[in-house]
Design a protein around this ligand. Sequence first.
Ligand code: IPM
Ligand code: MN
Length: 359
Amino acid sequence: MAKSNHYEIAVIPGDGTGPEVIAEGKKVLEAAGKKHDVSFEFHDYDFGGDRYLKTGETLPDSAAKELKRFKAIYLGAIGHPDVPPGVLEVGILLKLRFALDQYINLRPVKLYPGVDCPLKDKKPEDIDFIVVRENTGDMYAGQGGVTRKGTPYEVATQVMVYDRQMVDRCLKYAFDLARVRKEEGKPGKLTLVNKTNVLVYVGDLWYRAFMEMARDYPEIKTDYNHIDAACMWTVKNPEWYDVMVTTNMFGDIITDLGAMVQGGMGIAAGGNINPYGTSMFEPIGGSAPKYTGMNIINPLAAIEAGRMMLDHLGEKEAAKSIEEAVAYTCTQLKSLSAGKMGFSTTEVGDMVAGYINKK
Ligand code: IPM
Ligand code: MN
């Protein structure tokens, strides 16, 4: 077997239902790999709430460094009910995104046939777009501070931070993606989402950079929406979108809306991408601790994250076979919600893997 078809993958199953969905994701990756001559060696890491509660450690610097030797990380979920909010999110998830300079958060919004869509009269052909969320800047960058804390005069700031190269590298990724999608028969349209009517500095920086770069992509249609209007149009006319590019915070918010539009957290996945380094793929729904160990959580989001990982690694055929199997499975489930699927977590994983084996 060619060496390039073997991948060492770091796996962080994480908290709550994370390990259950990752187990199904690995099952499906193995099935697709077997079929397409791709093999994996998974290296498990135990970062998460339990480790933190035992050792007080979130993600040591040495671990972030060690993870750089992998091309990809497969992440279950981070979030533990006994740990105060923010500790694990900032200490593990955001730390990894920053340390590995995963400057793109790629989140597809695609409605598979047979999936219940909360939008009246919208069909799979109406909902097939992808959000390119910038993933290292904005209010997430940690600039700001607090003075007079605890007094009635407390002042807190958390600044929206962008510089030109951060904007340019994100826009380039988005334009290139729009180009690839156009080659695949999609509309080839890129919509910049921001708030230029208020963000007269940062919004203007994005807008000018966008317009300048558009000249290098004459075949790509471009559009601009304010973030509030984009939320409105995502509900009313999702068919207007092909690729959407936006800032970290706006992207965080609109991709939760996107997740609901495509049928819920049961199927929503994302990739934290460093095109030249280590990327990390995750279901975006969180650890859902109340369902832990019940074998009722939907593993499709984690399976979709695995599909995105294969696609990113260049294993297009293997990724496609997962996509077809997920599409089939969506027609078989009663619902995508935990406990209402009509099947258990492991049965859904078996169904996807079984479809790949049979085909
Ligand atoms: C996400 C999450 C994270 C974010 C949290 C958990 C820090 O909401 O991946 O969208 O805000 O990016
Ligand atoms: Mn979010």
